[in-house]
Structure formats: C-alpha cells, structure tokens
Design a protein. Structure first.
Length: 190
C-alpha cells in the first residue's frame, strides 16, 4: 500500500484552522482530507462520512477498545473525537497524502507516531483578544462555553513550539499561501 505523507493542522478553536485547511486543499490536489469521528449528535446540515463519522459514545468506546483509532481524545466528558486508522489507509490507497484538522493533543499524537512522515502546522491567532472576538462573532458560544474554550486555547497556545511550523492567521489569504507553501515543500521531499 502507498504510504503517503501526513499533514497535520492544529489550533485553538477560533484561530481559523478550518478555513486555512480548506484553502490548502483547494491549492494542492495531491492532498485528501481525513474525516474525523466524533460522538456528538449530528447537527443540521452535517453529513455522516463528509463532516464527521458520527458514532454513539458507546460505539466510539468500542472502537477505542478495538484499537481502531490512530488518535482519539475525550475533549469534554462523554464527548470523543478521533482519527480512524481505516480512514487514513483508505486515502493512502487512493494515492493521496492525508490532511488532518485536529486539536493540539491529537496533532502531537499523530506527529509522535509518524515523526518522519508527518508535518505538523500550528495555526496561531494574532492575539488572545482577536481569538476571543472571533469566538464571540461566531454567535455559537454561551458565556460558559466561551470561558471553557478560552481556557483551553491558553493551554493549547503553550504547545505551539512543539509543532514543525507556526502560521499566524492575521490575514486569511496570506496564512493560506504560507501554509500551502510549507505543505508543498514537504510533500515533494522524499
């Protein structure tokens, strides 16, 4: 089986990681997105197998016990997210390099398992204040969930220097260009 490269994007919630990943994917046809699994309920407009593989908490825990995950984390009590090994193998069989949009712990976990094969990029907001404003502007956070996310973001920002590259998302197009250049350079290396 073709063993492609792994490209990991991690960031605190609200840093713009998903927009950057989408931009990089559009510019780099050799890449394919790894769809994560989660145990939260499906939201309106989401599609199983496209947005996430939606599993019940029980089914998720069963897959953990079976060793089906490359990495997984219980982000909040009873709320699991992870990367299925079968998803990565499927994309490798298609001859693609795999892109991950994962949290900081998951990103470092994948990087540690594949130190030579993986490129880990940390997306950083220009400042904590900008991050807070982006989360508020989403309009999806309660006061308590905002506080939780900002607390988690502070911890995640402390891990930035453990990644191969840090891209500051001050201007989206610039951040996409910078990330794309780093990814293209990495995937052409043998």
């Amino acid at each position: 089986m073709h063993k492609g490269k792994l490209v990991i994007f991690s960031a605190p919630s609200g840093a713009g990681k998903t927009s950057i990943v989408q931009g990089v994917l559009q510019q780099t046809p050799q890449l394919a997105f790894s769809v994560s699994a989660c145990s939260r309920p499906i939201r309106p407009g989401e599609v199983h197998g496209k947005d996430y593989y939606f599993l019940s908490p029980e089914a998720f825990r069963k897959k953990i016990d079976e060793g089906a995950f490359l990495e997984w984390e219980e982000v909040y009590p009873g709320s699991y997210y992870g990367t299925l090994r079968a998803e990565v193998e499927r994309l490798w069989q298609e001859g693609k390099h795999v892109v991950f949009d994962v949290d900081v712990a998951g990103g470092l976990n994948i990087k540690n398992q594949f130190p030579q094969q993986a490129l880990a990029i940390f997306i950083k907001p220009p400042s904590p204040d900008v991050l807070k404003q982006r989360l508020i502007n989403r309009g999806t956070e309660s006061e308590e969930s905002l506080r939780k996310r900002l607390g988690k973001a502070e911890l995640e920002l402390s891990y930035a220097n453990r990644f191969d590259h840090i891209v500051v998302n001050d201007h989206l197009e610039t951040a996409i260009r910078e990330a794309s250049e780093k990814v293209k350079r990495f995937i052409v290396l043998q």
